[in-house]
Design a protein around this ligand. Structure first.
Ligand SMILES: [Zn+2]
Length: 403
């Protein structure tokens, strides 16, 4: 069968050659765009300085000077924000972290609910977390297309919670979903019941929030934002539960997995028990960036119910020393190592509060009058503070039972 072997070889060689040409053209186009933007910006600064330095002695020339400056400012906005102009979503905003690395940050009232990540490895793109709604996951694919990134080959699920996995079904069959083995098992165990619960509970809760939203809009901005967050959450559940088809991860691992591309490599690392039974983090070591999933929340009270606070603190300390500088959390804006410290502080505060209450013989009713200490009193979802203390008090009781 030498003829077939030759044909296969020829085909592979031809495909490689085509891929190389495509990659070369893409790189040339990117370099050209970057170069073009730099030239445009240089012109912008040159004209600004020239205009500001030029002597003006009458009203007409001053007016002309202001008009010209305004035109240049507007033009520069279009140049520098060219790619951002193309992406408009009520569900998220896209932030460029580095060339080919994007943080997708959920918007208040939208249907994304959690953050996601887009990482172009040069010859393939990896999506980190797929949102609550398959419809919003479809928008992620549009973003990849608009940014002219490499085709999506992998979708990573950081953990099993619904807001991080339900967009899986939006991706084509040849896209591979990855998670840790424990996360896959938890999706199998929890999702059918969770979807069932969501389909009943979400309708009632959405109707309740809808009536509040329409009758009286809270004047307090924080309360208003919290209401919008929940409104978006339940609205997405009502819209999506009838069409949900749980798509399980096809590839799993236990500890670590590397994905290598032509431009960069990424590491998927399991941190084990923390926020969930197994928290997966995407590390881009060369760029000092981590997509942490719900191991880190920024400016928001974390959801601790069902978590493992002691191991969570250890894992946050480990992440702090993983050689990264910038963090894309599971919820909240992009941050840095200080935000990891604040998360550790937060869990310690919850633990101390619960232990003190237990020692003083206080019960769940005594949680209600508690006030949230600084700096956490400005975080979103303040209702989680009391929920987290309740969870910790229950944990103390369970731990004592076991002894
Ligand atoms: Zn979660």
């Amino acid at each position: 069968m030498p003829k077939i072997i030759n044909c296969t070889k020829m085909y592979i060689t031809e495909r490689n050659r085509t891929n190389t040409i495509i990659l070369f053209i893409k790189k040339f186009r990117d370099d050209l765009n970057t170069c073009y933007e730099k030239i445009q910006l240089s012109y912008f600064y040159y004209f600004c300085v020239k205009l500001l330095k030029s002597k003006t002695n009458n009203y007409k020339s001053i007016t002309m000077k202001i008009i010209k400056l305004l035109i240049i400012c507007i033009a520069s906005l279009f140049i520098t924000q060219g790619w951002a102009q193309k992406i408009k979503s009520t569900n998220f905003e896209v932030l460029k972290m580095d060339e080919g690395i994007y943080a997708v940050i959920h918007k208040s009232g939208g249907h994304a609910i959690c953050n996601a990540g887009i990482v172009d490895l040069g010859d393939k793109t990896v999506i980190f977390d797929s949102f609550l709604s398959p419809f919003v996951a479809e928008e992620l694919l549009e973003v990849v297309e608009k940014l002219k990134l490499s085709p999506v080959k992998y979708v990573v699920n950081s953990h099993y919670h619904n807001d991080h996995i339900r967009g899986n079904q939006a991706f084509a069959d040849d896209v591979i979903i990855i998670s840790t083995r424990k996360t896959r098992n938890m999706i199998i165990k929890e999702e059918p019941g969770q979807i069932q619960k969501d389909s009943v509970y979400a309708k009632k809760e959405f109707a309740r929030l809808d009536s509040i939203k329409n009758i009286s809009k809270p004047r307090d901005f924080k309360k208003s934002r919290n209401l919008m967050e929940w409104y978006g959450y339940y609205e997405a559940l009502v819209q999506t539960t009838p069409i949900l088809k749980t798509r399980l991860p096809e590839v799993t691992f236990d500890h670590e997995m590397c994905i290598n591309g032509s431009k960069r490599s990424i590491k998927l690392r399991s941190f084990g028990k923390g926020h969930s039974i197994d928290d997966l983090v995407l590390l881009i070591q060369d760029d000092g960036i981590a997509f942490t999933g719900d191991l880190v929340f920024i400016n928001m009270h974390p959801y601790m119910t069902g978590g493992y606070p002691d191991q969570w603190i250890n894992n946050l300390n480990e992440l702090r020393h993983a050689g990264i500088k910038r963090i894309v959390p599971g919820h909240g804006p992009v941050g840095n190592l200080d935000n990891i410290d604040r998360m550790i502080q937060y869990i310690i505060v919850i633990e101390e509060q619960a232990v003190t209450m237990y020692r003083e013989g206080l019960t769940f009713e005594d949680i209600e009058p508690l006030t949230i200490p600084e700096p956490f009193n400005n975080w979103w979802f303040e209702e989680y503070y009391k929920m987290n203390i309740t969870f910790y008090l229950e944990k103390i009781a369970k731990d004592l039972e076991r002894q």
